[in-house]
Write a protein that binds this ligand. Structure first.
Ligand SMILES: [Zn+2]
Length: 166
């Protein structure tokens, strides 16, 4: 269940973070019409923590909730994503000491329909992976993006190598 991890906490690196049990975000990838990989980004409202920036949909984990469940639940709440059309593979943990952010890598066969449903998000958009860094990014997302992208590229190659037979 979500909700019981809501609240601010301080990490070992001296930041304040939302989510007393840590937080999780969904890095969802799908090909556009030309087959180019896009990822789902969320634009957060100006008044929110590190607002007016782009990041991953997601949020606080419940105390007994795994990162995958939290990332899918939060993304569904925020964007209306049909999570049944998504498969998750691996994840990347950014551990700050006493608080961690887990990026859950997920994949879809097409650009699924999404909407900004949550009052904290002003927009959601499918963004070409090549163009992610051109956006004004949430500092946490920006910091982990190089490492996450490396893992992401590995996963993309793996999935290409394991394409289903006839
Ligand atoms: Zn921190």
């Amino acid at each position: 269940m979500g909700g019981d991890g809501d609240g601010w906490t301080d990490c070992g690196l001296g930041h304040r973070h939302w989510g007393t049990a840590g937080a999780a975000g969904l890095l969802l990838t799908a090909p556009d019409d030309a087959g180019r990989p896009c990822v789902l980004l969320q634009h957060r409202a100006a008044y929110s923590h590190h607002g007016d920036t782009w990041g991953l949909p997601g949020g606080a984990r419940g105390r007994s909730e795994d990162a995958r469940t939290a990332a899918l639940r939060e993304t569904a709440e925020e964007t209306g994503l049909e999570t049944g059309a998504v498969r998750t593979t691996t994840s990347y943990v950014d551990d700050h000491g006493g608080w961690s952010y887990t990026t859950v890598l997920a994949w879809a066969d097409r650009l699924l329909e999404v909407h900004a449903l949550d009052r904290e998000s002003t927009a959601v958009a499918w963004v070409l992976v090549e163009q992610v860094e051109e956006r004004s990014l949430h500092p946490g997302f920006a910091a982990s993006w190089p490492a996450v992208r490396q893992l992401w590229a590995q996963e993309l190659r793996n999935s290409a190598n394991s394409s289903p037979g006839p």
